[in-house]
Ligand binder design. Structure first.
Ligand SMILES: Nc1ncnc2c1ncn2[C@@H]1O[C@H](COP(=O)(O)OP(=O)(O)OP(=O)(O)O)[C@@H](O)[C@H]1O
Ligand SMILES: [Mg+2]
Length: 456
């Protein structure tokens, strides 16, 4: 029989019939009952206040560590703090050279979560230090040329316009280029004309999430602006960043401006860079990953800064749940369990069920090999990539591919290359497969978790 539940209507009515309370007293009695019930069965609470103070209740050294953890590994946010930005020195150096030495416009592209926005934040800081005026815009489905570039013009002080001496009233009263724009719709030519008059400064306009801008005319106008600015040796440069497998996917009409842009695909992180994410988090939190745990993070993340942050975040929480400040391999394994649950929401259920069935049929090697090859590059691969990455015979690699094409988990990619290339039929599948593989193969006992806090 179900136990007594003080919150059911029936129970409350029964109680009031037996013991009718005067109206004035009924409220305190009810809140006393609620308080007792809450003591017996407390609901989860926030540990930190909105002003980032650790709440006094149940405060211990682990709640302070949890608060630091929120800042140290941020799987759901780009990195804004330079101290937490790992690696990418060469990428940043190359972009800065293209902007500074070649005066080119820049297009940054790459898969979801590879670190484009984080890179844009760090680039913004570096350019601001060099006194560039940096305008950062995150594009949306409804972005228009008019809105975007009017907002950009509003951030460029009029005192840099060659027609206004710094001592003129307009320049002194904080007016901006936006004040010179006509009322009718802004065109690339009009904005370009205005930019050509700038002097004594350089402007970087960053259009992040450019792939989200749905309108073809917006993209076309941006391409036209790049052409216009380049032809006139303007002091304004554009940086576009977005998700794309290749450059043409990101920028329509690119042939006309190919010479004027520097395009760069953001590569996967190296092992050293992923280890730097771990080390940065250790420094910020005071938690320590043991050797095997770090190796697992590298293995599972496969060069994705997003997965590295996600796994480190959950692994650190698992360690704190165990009252430890040392993070062990078992914590990383339980982080993988958590990450899989989160990732499952991003892959259609039939595809997940299908993959698990193929795992259960003992064909995990074919799945792991192909997922690893997909994750190593832009999501497409051929048998040679598998041969190289997994050190197996080419024939075996092709057999693995053919088996998964039969299962409709892989499909051929139209290509003119000599070797047929393939990709997974769902975007999220390679990561999900790789994590399920890790879940089944990480040696959870590699570094047994010691039982007491003292051990850490
Ligand atoms: N250099 C880095 N050092 C540490 N963490 C990073 C770095 N780059 C990215 N990350 C982490 O990776 C995740 C994804 O980063 P970011 O949002 O910058 O990627 P993105 O390519 O812009 O993603 P999207 O395609 O969804 O816009 C975030 O958790 C971020 O904290
Ligand atoms: Mg982004």
């Amino acid at each position: 029989m179900a136990g007594w539940n003080p919150f059911t209507r029936k129970a409350a009515m029964k109680k009031s019939r037996v013991d009718p309370a005067p109206a004035a007293l009924s409220k305190p009695v009810a809140s006393e009952t609620t308080r007792r019930a809450q003591e017996l069965n407390p609901l989860p609470r926030f540990n930190t206040t909105a002003s980032d103070q650790v709440s006094g209740r149940g405060h211990d050294r682990f709640s302070a560590l949890r608060a630091k953890l929120r800042h140290a590994f941020t799987p759901s946010q780009p990195v804004g703090d330079r101290k937490l930005f790992a690696g990418r020195e060469e990428v940043l150096k190359t972009i800065i050279r293209a902007i500074e030495d070649q005066r080119l416009h820049v297009v940054i592209y790459g898969e979801r979560g590879i670190g484009k926005t984080s890179l844009m934040h760090v680039l913004t800081q570096a350019a601001s230090e060099a006194r560039y005026i940096v305008v950062y815009t995150s594009c949306g489905a409804n972005s228009t040329f008019d809105d975007t570039f009017r907002a950009a013009a509003a951030e460029i002080p009029l005192l840099f316009h060659s027609g206004f001496a710094p001592t003129t009233t307009e320049a002194e009263t904080g007016a901006s280029l936006a004040d010179l724009l006509p009322n009718e719709a802004l065109t690339p030519r009009k904005f370009g004309d205005l930019c050509a008059k700038l002097t004594g400064t350089r402007v970087l306009i960053i259009l992040d999430e450019f792939d989200r801008a749905g309108s073809g005319s917006f993209r076309r106008d941006v391409a036209e602006l790049i052409k216009n600015l380049s032809d006139r040796l303007g002091r304004v440069q554009l940086v576009l960043a977005g998700v794309a497998a290749d450059l043409t996917e990101l920028v329509e009409h690119i042939p006309s401006i190919r010479r004027n842009i520097f395009a760069m695909r953001i590569p996967k992180m190296s092992e050293v860079e992923v280890l730097q994410i771990v080390a940065n988090g250790e420094r910020e939190t005071g938690l320590k990953f043991d050797k095997q745990a770090s190796v697992f993070v590298v293995e599972v993340s496969r060069g994705s800064p997003y997965i590295a942050n996600l796994i480190c975040h959950h692994a650190c929480h698992a360690a704190l749940d165990g009252q430890r400040s040392s993070v062990y391999a078992a914590d990383v394994a339980s982080a993988v369990d958590r990450a899989i649950i989160e990732y499952e929401g991003r892959v259609p259920t039939p595809a997940q069920v299908h993959v698990r069935r193929v795992f259960d049929q003992g064909r995990q090697d074919a799945l792991a090999m192909t997922a690893r090859a997909a994750l190593a590059g832009d999501g497409t691969f051929d048998a040679l990539d598998i041969e190289a990455a997994s050190e197996i015979a080419l024939r075996k690699a092709q057999e693995a591919i053919d088996a998964l094409v039969d299962e409709r988990l892989l499909e051929p990619v139209p290509t003119e290359a000599v070797h047929q290339r393939y990709r997974f039929t769902e975007d999220g599948l390679p990561t999900l497969i790789w994590m399920i593989w890790a879940q089944r193969n990480l040696n959870r006992e590699a570094a047994p978790v010691r039982a007491t806090a003292a051990a850490s």
